[in-house]
Unconditional design. Structure first.
Length: 327
């Protein structure tokens, strides 16, 4: 039995689909709310659905059957201003699961974030020593909340204290793909912009606030969700691997590249409009991210990452352009 927290969410539901297809008993821990995220699960068999406030009791009652916990549940908005919420849901909830997995001797794979790297001044290497992590300065509270957990686990490991047999933090970069539709403004630019692109409309991109980047030239490491899931499945099959790992394509691409890929996938002429970046996000905006995936490759994960163009084409043709957009 594998427990996936945030299992009705975007990345979580994609992982649930893959595990279910492999015949695994999958327990989904999530709040279903009223945002249609139940649709992310409707095609896939699950063993149980558990509310987050009931999770620890469920884990204790099913201790012998549980193989691993993949903890993807979190407040994932980079614009979240309520830091107390981030502390409770992103820090305390993760550390409680860490304690449980340590005591129960169970694997824990949890979601960290590329937001922990801050503005990228110190690079994007997934080093996991306390000294290496001390360099990074997240530029938003969400990234800080993930960084707190990374640093705590690194410190425990450096002290030689007991930890779960496998404890892995995954630094996700800009993941896109099916089942993200409930995320509102946190959806990928592909999901948000496809409706107007399909109708021949324009895509709006931010003007640059950094002279090093042209308008629309700000760069991100865009990674197709199928690739992120493939890595997680591989990690579950390799329980000797612990630490921090980047989950990205390894290749930064511009927002303009993304827009062009969308128009090509929709077979529409390219139409771009530039708008000013909202003042409230300027200070926390990352102009460049690129995952260093050298560690992942050195550990033995050899599966190629999907190119931006191929990923966008797959997403558009097999999901966004269909009546049923769900995986």
């Amino acid at each position: 039995m594998i427990v996936v927290t945030g299992g009705a969410g975007f990345i979580g539901s994609n992982l649930v689909a893959a595990l279910s297809a492999r015949g695994k008993d999958v327990v989904v821990c999530d709040w279903m709310t009223d945002d249609q995220r139940w649709r992310n699960l409707r095609k896939h068999e699950i063993a149980e659905l558990v509310a987050p406030e009931q999770l620890l009791d469920f884990l204790q009652a099913n201790r012998n059957a549980i193989e691993a916990i993949v903890h993807l549940g979190a407040i994932s908005s980079t614009a979240e201003r309520n830091v107390d919420l981030l502390v409770e849901h992103n820090i305390h909830a993760t550390l409680r699961l860490l304690d449980w997995c340590t005591q129960a001797d169970k694997a824990l794979i949890y979601a960290s974030s590329a937001a922990t790297y801050g503005d990228g001044a110190f690079g994007f290497r997934d080093e996991d020593t306390p000294q290496a992590l001390a360099k990074f300065r997240p530029v938003n509270a969400y990234g800080w909340s993930k960084h707190v957990v990374d640093r705590r686990i690194a410190r425990l490991r450096a002290r030689g204290e007991r930890l779960p047999p496998q404890v892995l933090g995954l630094k996700f970069f800009n993941v896109f793909g099916p089942n993200e539709y409930h995320e509102g403004f946190m959806q990928s630019a592909i999901a948000k912009n496809y409706p107007q692109v399909a109708q021949g409309g324009a895509i709006r991109l931010f003007r640059s606030t950094d002279p090093r980047f042209a308008d629309g030239g700000q760069m991100r490491d865009f990674v197709f969700v199928r690739d992120a899931v493939s890595v997680m499945l591989w990690l579950l099959e390799n329980p000797a691997i612990s630490g921090l790992l980047n989950i990205g394509s390894g290749q930064a691409r511009s927002w303009l590249d993304l827009a062009k890929a969308m128009f090509a996938a929709a077979d529409k002429p390219c139409a771009i409009e530039y708008i000013d970046m909202p003042a409230e996000i300027v200070d926390g905006y990352q102009n460049f991210t690129q995952a260093d995936i050298g560690k992942l490759r050195a550990l033995g994960s050899a599966a190629p990452m999907t190119s931006l163009e191929d990923g966008v084409a797959d997403y558009v043709s097999n999901y966004l352009a269909k009546d049923d957009r769900y995986l």
